[in-house]
Design a protein around this ligand. Structure first.
Ligand code: SD4
Length: 320
């Protein structure tokens, strides 16, 4: 018999997300409501990594990306959104009250404010302020030689864009300072939904968005098959259309873990040498309530909650 309800979130901070989702799921609530609650909870969590407490872009501004998808291919997304506390709820509003899927930047902010979301002060959290000051030191003093012109985009006097500074989230000891939370859930009625919310890669170029607000790469839900989201270097996920690729692999018979593994292998295969320097991890749940995860590097964890498993954190298997 299918195991349901079930909810799985990226990382160990998935405990916060799953607790919020479970309150809805255990009361026979809908998966779409559960995953939105997961997003709200994690965007509220000052010790976490996403939402307005996250790290800023290289110009010092926090810019948020989020998306949500239900069991009927309805989806909503916001990207490059500033000064709004709950991008996941704005994404849901886009899904439910507009003819569009995605709003970005000032348009997304205008839509949020028109729908009653407060415009928060443009202020960094203490942790983000500290991290940004640290980053600025290196970015100012580290000379960058021989990078191609396309990557040398001077901005506000901070010198050329240094690609070696772009993945500061992955450390040599294998730990990973993530900034994205994704949740996928199967509810008691057997319907799937998912969400993803992020402040994006720390110290990204201004205006950059990753995979996390993109329906297809960062999140995909097909209610006949399964739901997938992930975390990590967004550019690598976008080019392989990660989440959708995994849903399709499950459609063709792979288990959630096998499907995640196959997508990770494809990402690594493109450039195995470069793959040593970035992290990507996926989580998946299928229509039967089976779950799986796989990542490039060690250190990717996920949190699982079912009727018998109470917010338990597991390490995903990995390629390296
Ligand atoms: C991005 N996927 O903006 C996000 C970053 C991330 O843990 O997942 N960090 O590319």
């Amino acid at each position: 018999a299918p195991q349901r309800p079930v909810v799985i979130s990226t990382w160990d901070s998935g405990v916060t997300a799953n607790k919020a989702a479970w309150a809805t799921l255990k009361a026979n609530g809908r998966a779409i409501d559960a995953v939105e609650q997961a997003g709200i909870a994690i965007e509220n969590e000052p010790s976490c990594c996403v939402g307005l407490d996250g790290n800023p872009d290289r110009d010092g501004f926090v810019t948020l990306d989020a998306c949500i998808m239900d069991d009927r291919f309805n989806c909503g997304s916001v990207a490059f959104l500033e000064r709004i506390k709950h991008p996941i709820s704005v994404a849901r509003k886009v899904m439910e009250t507009t003819p569009h899927v995605m709003l970005v930047g000032s348009g997304a902010q205008q839509f949020a404010v028109a729908n009653g979301f407060a415009l928060e002060p443009a202020k960094l959290s203490a942790d983000a302020e500290k991290a940004y000051r640290e980053w600025l030191k290196k970015s100012e003093y580290k000379p960058v030689i021989n990078i191609e012109n396309t990557k040398s985009t001077p901005q506000r006097g901070r010198g050329p864009y240094d690609p070696t500074q772009f993945s500061p989230n992955y450390f040599d000891d294998g730990s990973f300072n993530h900034d994205t939370m994704g949740t996928v859930a199967l509810d008691a009625a057997g319907n799937l939904s998912g969400m993803c919310t992020t402040s994006g890669m720390a110290f990204k170029m201004r205006g950059r968005i990753g995979d996390s607000p993109l329906i297809g790469p960062g999140l995909y839900v097909d209610n006949e098959v399964g739901a997938v989201t992930g975390s990590g270097q967004g550019e690598e996920v976008i080019r392989m259309c990660g989440a959708h690729t995994i849903v399709e692999a499950m459609r063709h018979g792979l288990s959630p873990k096998e499907a995640c593994q196959r997508a990770i292998e494809r990402i690594v295969k493109r450039d195995p040498a470069r793959a040593k320097d970035f992290q990507v991890g996926f989580i998946a749940v299928n229509k039967q309530g089976e779950i799986g995860a796989f990542s490039v590097q060690k250190g990717f964890s996920y949190t699982l909650t079912t009727a018998t498993i109470e917010h338990k954190v597991y390490q995903a298997e990995n390629y390296m």
